[in-house]
Design a protein around this ligand. Structure first.
Ligand code: NAD
Length: 295
């Protein structure tokens, strides 16, 4: 049993903390929102009065927060109260520069740290089937692995500090682009009188094959579990895809990478959000393409 502090008990953090409780760990959590605290309490998390109280005596501290500024603020607040040699794991999706800055804050206090963003959404958080992409020193990664194992099924050490965030935004930029590509193929097929199933049967076993088509098909029918069969309820919300595409473009600008399709995907998801679809699953971008064709 490990004493674990968990800060940020929202849609992802709540079920992740619950899985650590189920695995037999002592988990003390904190969130700014009362409803999140109550839900975590019902799952066996001991609720602290503050983030500082949550980390007191903890051997491992996990944060699952909205963005880089929240992670830096919480880490700055709690680090003076964390024992030297303890381990801080940030599972939020944040910009690479903030992730590297957070590692430096931890290092200054003699605390080990890992950036470990996730893929797999709320379903993966509930089912403990998340994929973790981790960045940090090898010893810190080895210490984090047994804890991450209880919340996910695949854990990849991607490299030094910030490498986990780098892997996450590269993957999600590719995902955003491929979802738009698959959606364009289906909207063109519709105009050409080709059925969804016919395109799926060909493309899913041909060179157009990809996850956005075969696991998360943006039209109802061919993949019964995809959000298209459930009125495009998320799933993975379009607002989160836009967040990740913006992070990819910030990273592309600061590193000098050329990502014209990533830039265009970010523009299309921004328009999709402005058109009032931000609560929809990101595969709903196909409806936005149809709306544009109808204009
Ligand atoms: P969420 O908004 O549901 O949860 C974030 C929680 O952090 C909120 O409950 C909020 O009250 C809390 N919080 C903010 N500042 C705090 C502070 N100072 N102290 C304590 N608590 C604080 O978001 P989420 O969907 O759980 O996502 C969390 C992270 O995971 C984000 O970085 C997101 O990009 C990433 N992510 C989300 C998904 C998804 O499908 N939801 C998938 C992969 C990655």
């Amino acid at each position: 049993m490990t004493n674990i502090a968990f800060i940020g008990l929202g849609n992802m953090g709540g079920p992740m903390a619950a899985n650590l409780v189920k695995a037999g760990h002592q988990v003390r959590g904190f969130d700014l929102v009362e409803a999140s605290r109550e839900a975590a309490k019902a799952d066996g998390v001991t609720i602290a009065a503050s983030a500082v109280e949550a980390v007191s005596g903890a051997e491992v501290i996990v944060t699952m927060l909205p963005a880089g500024k929240h992670v830096l603020a919480v880490w700055t607040e709690v680090l003076p109260h964390i024992a030297k040699g303890a381990l801080l794991i940030d599972c939020s999706t944040i910009d690479v520069a903030s992730a590297v800055a957070a590692h430096q804050l931890a290092q200054q206090q003699g605390v080990h740290s890992v950036d470990a963003p996730v893929s797999g959404g709320t379903g993966g958080a509930k089912g403990a089937t998340l994929t973790f992409m981790a960045g940090g020193e090898a010893a810190a990664f080895e210490a984090a692995k047994p804890v991450l194992d209880k919340m996910g099924k695949k854990i990849v050490h991607c490299g030094a500090a910030g490498a986990g965030q780098a892997a996450k935004i590269c993957n999600n930029m590719l995902l955003g682009i491929s979802m738009i590509g698959v959606s364009e193929a289906f909207t063109l097929a519709e105009k050409l009188g080709l059925s969804h199933q016919a395109l799926f049967d060909v493309a899913s076993t041909s060179s157009g094959q990809c996850w956005s088509l075969t696991s998360y098909c943006p039209v109802p029918g061919p993949v019964p579990t995809s959000p298209a069969n459930n009125s495009y309820k998320p799933g993975f919300a379009a607002s989160l895809m836009l967040k990740d595409l913006k992070l990819s473009q910030d990273a592309a600008h600061s590193s000098g990478a050329v990502t014209p399709l990533g830039a265009h995907a970010a523009e299309l998801y921004a328009e999709f959000e402005q058109a009032g679809h931000d609560g929809a699953d990101f595969s709903g971008i196909i409806n936005f393409l149809r709306e544009r064709a109808a204009k």
